[in-house]
Design a protein around this ligand. Structure first.
Ligand SMILES: NC(=O)c1ccc[n+]([C@@H]2O[C@H](COP(=O)([O-])OP(=O)(O)OC[C@H]3O[C@@H](n4cnc5c(N)ncnc54)[C@H](O)[C@@H]3O)[C@@H](O)[C@H]2O)c1
Length: 357
């Protein structure tokens, strides 16, 4: 399709940044914006004021988004709402003949994952999860190196989402209706695995030659969220409903084995006062890459390669997408540019009839 006509649902903290990126990509037309809260739609609209885009605005009711999906002049529905709404919205949109992209995690249960697969296959509409970390510069570099054999055969990989969100989760002005705190109060395990999983699964060719076989998942106790909830509830009635919740354990570690005998370790911790990390470790028969705390590459047990060799490897293995739009991506921004690279690739695939990543 020469022009991709887009409708956005969910314009809280995340949606407007995607709106900005999409508005700057050639071959797009933003047709509609929807959020439950009228102020969020109005604020988001300002992001594209002065551009050629002139979307219809939908808000004020929990089902307004259906009107956006029912329109005949939209090709792609872009979903950045709370997790429990992703699948109902995506399934409805595909049933209305729209391609969909969904923020991470796309689904919250196995049943929901199958709903997405089955609906996409039946309607023959694309359904892509917006795993932006697959498009970060070091992840793209090391994916290319992995594909060119630099690391030999990959044996073991690691990823994580270690990001201290405790203040934001407990802030009533943060996530709408504190939906993310509710998720942590009512579900267990690794709630947000895809930032770590996405890039290592690409390098391991998961579902493109290998697949996950089984996993073991272990969580610590909760030492932080329950205590914070009780402390806040004593001062503010708003937090009373959280005071006696059985919160998810703070650190979850999941180990996965693939059918080809590779292993993946994924961690999830959104409460500890630790520096941010997605780990991103690729460990193979000939070399290793590790992103955090400092992007590093090694091809022996002597240590990481020095700066000059690192630069030479970057030069040799930087993939074409980064050469083409990397600078523009850094300028537009969004997590340092990876969000723009993802959105650019999404639109490029749709315009050129390619399967989405
Ligand atoms: N990939 C990333 O780096 C990244 C970063 C931040 C957030 N996210 C994801 O983006 C999504 C949104 O997160 P957020 O931080 O923007 O949360 P948020 O609470 O700030 O925004 C969610 C928005 O959805 C709206 N909404 C809720 N119910 C609705 C309905 N029925 N109809 C229309 N709109 C509705 C809310 O009013 C709110 O504006 C989540 O899936 C989150 O995991 C991803």
């Amino acid at each position: 399709m020469p022009i991709v006509r887009v409708g956005f649902i969910g314009l809280g903290q995340r949606g407007p940044s995607h709106l900005n990126a999409i508005s700057k990509i050639e071959g797009t037309e933003i047709k509609a914006l929807c959020d439950l809260r009228p102020a969020s739609v109005e604020k988001a609209k300002k992001v594209i004021d002065g551009t050629s885009h002139n979307p219809t605005l939908y808000s004020g009711g929990p089902d307004e988004w259906k009107k956006l999906c029912d329109r005949k002049d939209i090709d792609l529905v872009y979903i950045a709402t709370p997790w429990h709404l992703h699948v109902p919205m995506a399934v409805y949109a595909m049933n209305q003949g729209k391609h969909v992209t969904i923020e991470v995690p796309a689904a919250v249960s196995m049943q929901e994952c199958w709903q997405l697969v089955e609906t996409s296959e039946r309607t023959r509409k694309h359904c892509m999860m917006l795993e932006n970390c697959c498009y970060d510069f070091f992840e793209l570099l090391t994916l290319n190196m992995s594909r060119q054999g630099y690391f030999g055969e990959l044996i073991h990989t690691e990823g994580a989402y270690i990001h201290n969100l405790i203040d934001l989760n407990f802030n009533d002005k943060g996530y709408q209706n504190m939906w993310r705190l509710r998720e942590n109060a009512t579900r267990k395990g690794s709630l947000y695995p895809t930032h770590g999983l996405g890039p290592v699964c690409q390098a391991l060719n998961i579902n493109r030659g290998d697949k996950m076989d089984y996993l073991v998942s272990v969580s610590s106790n909760d030492f932080q969220m329950g205590a914070r909830a009780k402390e806040l509830a004593a001062k503010n009635d708003l937090y009373k409903e959280f005071a006696n919740k059985d919160f998810r354990g703070n650190m979850n570690t999941t180990t996965i084995r693939t059918t080809k005998g590779k292993t993946i370790m994924i961690q999830h911790d959104v409460t500890s006062p630790r520096p941010y990390s997605r780990i991103h470790l690729l460990s193979g028969t000939k070399g290793t890459a590790l992103k955090y705390p400092v992007p590093s590459i090694s091809n022996s047990h002597e240590g990481w390669v020095k700066e000059a060799e690192f630069k030479a490897l970057e030069e040799k293995y930087t993939p074409n997408i980064v050469k083409k739009v990397g600078e523009l991506a850094k300028k537009v921004g969004g997590h340092g540019g990876m969000d723009f690279l993802m959105n650019w690739r999404l639109i490029d695939c749709l315009r050129n009839g390619l399967p989405l990543d």
